[in-house]
Design a protein around this ligand. Structure first.
Ligand SMILES: CC(C)(COP(=O)(O)OP(=O)(O)OC[C@H]1O[C@@H](n2cnc3c(N)ncnc32)[C@H](O)[C@@H]1OP(=O)(O)O)[C@@H](O)C(=O)NCCC(=O)NCCS
Length: 180
């Protein structure tokens, strides 16, 4: 558990962060209840995909890097990825032990700011209905529930899990399609 004085730095991810990002992803996947990914993680495949996306203009990855904690200095304790600008799809996580300290909020703010500046009209995501912490985080940042997918994602144990679709549109003033 980090000491209260420990802080994190939010910055764009670089190729040298990939192993730390994979460790963070694996730690959260191991919990088995918050993200889509499950163990075993295909580190090689994911590393290759993430490396490719680091070079893409229409995507951004952010890391939260521990600062000031001797044993944790430089450790990646959270990640957020935004893909595309029409709309932008978000995925994020904070490793166990670093939650509830504002890291998720900081990563989400960086992601929303990037999406706006990249010209996206909206950020969209999916979240498990039981993931109260994440749903509250998104609500706090202005997202609303836009849909509900029933028995949508198959887990490795065969279970079918529901998913909540949440969105944060930026261009509320722009005209919508005509209603029937
Ligand atoms: C969801 C997650 C990213 C939140 O990150 P975090 O660093 O713990 O969140 P923060 O400390 O910035 O909290 C911001 C807000 O989130 C909500 N929140 C965070 N933890 C919460 C909890 N345990 N219960 C309820 N709400 C919670 C609150 O609204 C909080 O605002 P508040 O502090 O004013 O009450 C983190 O819990 C996590 O990584 N979970 C596992 C992976 C995951 O769920 N990823 C998202 C998949 S869709």
């Amino acid at each position: 558990m980090p000491a209260p004085a420990d802080t994190v730095r939010i910055r764009r991810a670089e190729a040298s962060d990939l192993e730390g990002m994979l460790d963070a992803y694996e730690a959260v996947a191991a919990e088995g209840r918050f993200i889509g990914g499950e163990l075993p993680v295909d580190r090689a495949g994911r590393r290759a995909r993430w490396l490719e996306s680091l070079g893409e203009e229409s995507a951004a990855s952010f890391v939260a890097e521990a600062e000031g904690a001797a044993e944790a200095e430089g450790t990646i304790v959270g990640t957020a990825g935004v893909t595309g600008t029409g709309p932008s799809e978000l995925g994020m996580l904070v490793v166990p032990g670093w939650r509830g300290r504002g890291v998720g909020s900081a990563l989400l703010t960086a992601s929303i700011t990037w999406a706006r500046q990249a010209g996206s009209h909206k950020v969209t995501l999916q979240v498990w209905p039981h993931n109260t912490a994440a749903i509250n985080l998104y609500l706090k940042h202005g997202f609303t529930q836009e849909g509900y997918l029933r028995r949508h994602w198959r887990r490795r144990n065969g279970e079918l899990w529901d998913a909540v679709i949440m969105g944060l549109p930026f261009d509320e003033g722009v005209a919508e399609a005509p209603r029937q």
